[in-house]
Design a protein around this ligand. Structure first.
Ligand code: UGA
Length: 432
């Protein structure tokens, strides 16, 4: 039995599972609860339901410190600190659906010196409201900043740990800070609402950075600049930084689209019109569709054409398909009368549930066989290794749209393909 504070986790989705595994790795005993029996049974058998690098290994290595359960009692019996990691999807009005959060609140509120540590992303003001409602426990906001695909590393080596609490709950905030001590990151201690706002504002800012560089890419195409060079030059300015300046086919995933809207709606509900975020959202929506114009520039009509999507996941190293740009792209292409064929090394199963009439291939070369165009959607490393001469030979029309500016444009062109990136000079323009 370890001497470290036992940890309770409610919800074993991406954040919950990584939180449970990483606290176990840091030497804590962890009891993780999920209401889906099949999921818990699979975790008990050592099967990890998501594709996340290093997560399976971590769970295996720390198996004796990890307990998975469908019941709340073992969590309440073992842990003072209970991390709530349940989903908060948007409702029809764009507000966050707090049903799962409120269920956790009810369950934890059965008395005892406990702390609810909120990791789920909630609207600003939620913590204070729950604290007023439920007198039985302390409440700490500890938003999570991990990214899918690098979640384990992000959890164990965070840039900062944010801990929000109100007067009276200091013991709980101290206990959370102590649990995080081993990661050696700066700790931001603040009030509940500020902690909640740090999370929403961080995601909204990063999404803004992406929409900004996507607009720079679109202008660069008009004026003959190369956005990858522009981002390189901008990113060297310490005040700007190089990250999240990769232009592409728009941001997706379960967080940015949801959190940008949530902040916009939150502002609106409180009487403030958050003008900038409207543009961030609109630019992102349009960006997903710009690939169509790049294809029609070379193919005229897409009707009856065969288009291969290389990658489907919303980003690399994950099988997550939530709000993936590929979903919009596939149905737009089908709307134009094209046949869509796709390959993704890990997201095929999840993608099949969401895409209709898309042919799934077992390899990138199978996907491009006889295609009139290929679109690189997700930057899987294996795509950089493709034999482009072979690709050109197999395609009906050797046209490639690189939606991530991931490939070596010269190598692709050198093999005889027409290469179109995002915000990079196109084949028909003079090369510098
Ligand atoms: C994001 C945040 O980065 C995390 O800090 C946060 O914890 C998480 O949301 C959350 O709120 O749970 P995630 O959605 O996993 O993480 O993925 P990101 O790596 O941020 O990428 C989001 C989207 O932006 C992807 O579609 C990605 O392809 C796109 N992106 C990212 C770009 O188009 N350009 C970039 O330069 C960076």
């Amino acid at each position: 039995m370890s001497e470290r504070e036992p940890i309770g986790v409610i919800g074993t989705g991406w954040v919950g599972l990584v939180t449970a595994a990483c606290f176990a790795e840091l030497g804590h005993r962890v009891v993780a609860r999920d209401i889906v029996p099949e999921k818990v049974a699979a975790l008990e058998r050592g099967e990890v339901p998501i594709h996340e690098p290093n997560l399976s290994e971590l769970i295996k290595r720390n198996r004796e410190r990890l307990e998975f359960t469908t019941e709340i009692e073992p969590v309440l019996e073992e842990a003072r600190l209970i991390f709530v990691c349940v989903q908060t999807p948007p409702t029809h009005s764009g507000d966050a659906d707090l049903t799962a959060v409120m269920r956790a609140v009810e369950e934890i509120g059965s008395g005892g010196r406990r702390a609810l540590v909120m990791k789920s992303t909630v609207p600003v003001g939620t913590g204070r409201r729950i604290r007023d409602l439920a007198k039985g426990f302390a409440y700490v906001s500890c938003p999570e900043f991990l990214r899918e695909g690098t979640a384990v590393k992000d959890f164990l080596e965070p840039d900062r740990v944010v801990i929000g609490a109100e007067p009276g709950d200091e013991w709980a905030a101290d206990a959370v800070a102590a649990a995080y001590e081993a990661v050696g990151a700066p700790i931001v201690r603040t009030d509940l609402s500020s902690a909640e706002m740090i999370k929403l504002a961080s995601n909204a800012f990063l999404a803004t950075k992406i929409s900004f560089i996507n607009e720079i890419a679109n202008v660069s195409e008009e004026v003959g600049a190369d956005v990858t060079e522009v981002a390189r030059g901008m990113g060297m300015d310490d005040r700007i930084g190089p990250r999240f300046l990769q232009a592409g086919i728009g941001y997706g995933g379960s967080c940015f689209p949801k959190d940008v809207s949530a902040l916009k709606i939150l502002a609106g509900n409180s009487g403030y019109h958050f003008q900038l975020l409207n543009s961030v959202i609109e630019v992102n929506e349009l960006q997903k569709r710009r690939v169509l114009a790049k294809l029609t520039k070379h193919l005229d009509s897409l009707s009856g054409k065969r288009v291969a999507l290389l990658g489907l996941a919303f980003k690399v190293d994950t099988d997550d398909m939530r709000e993936a740009s590929s979903l919009v792209l596939a149905s737009r292409l089908q709307g134009e009368g094209a046949t869509v064929v796709a390959y993704d090394p890990v997201a095929e199963d999840r993608a099949k549930e969401l895409l209709s009439d898309v042919e799934m291939s077992k390899s990138p070369l199978d996907a491009i066989d006889g295609a009139d165009a290929a679109v690189l959607v997700t930057e899987w490393p294996e795509f950089a290794e493709l034999d482009w001469a072979e690709v050109a030979k197999r395609m009906n029309t050797p046209l490639l749209v690189d939606g991530r500016n991931f490939l070596d444009a010269e190598a692709v062109r050198g093999a005889g393909l027409t290469y179109e990136g995002i915000g990079r000079p196109s084949a028909s323009e003079p090369q510098t």
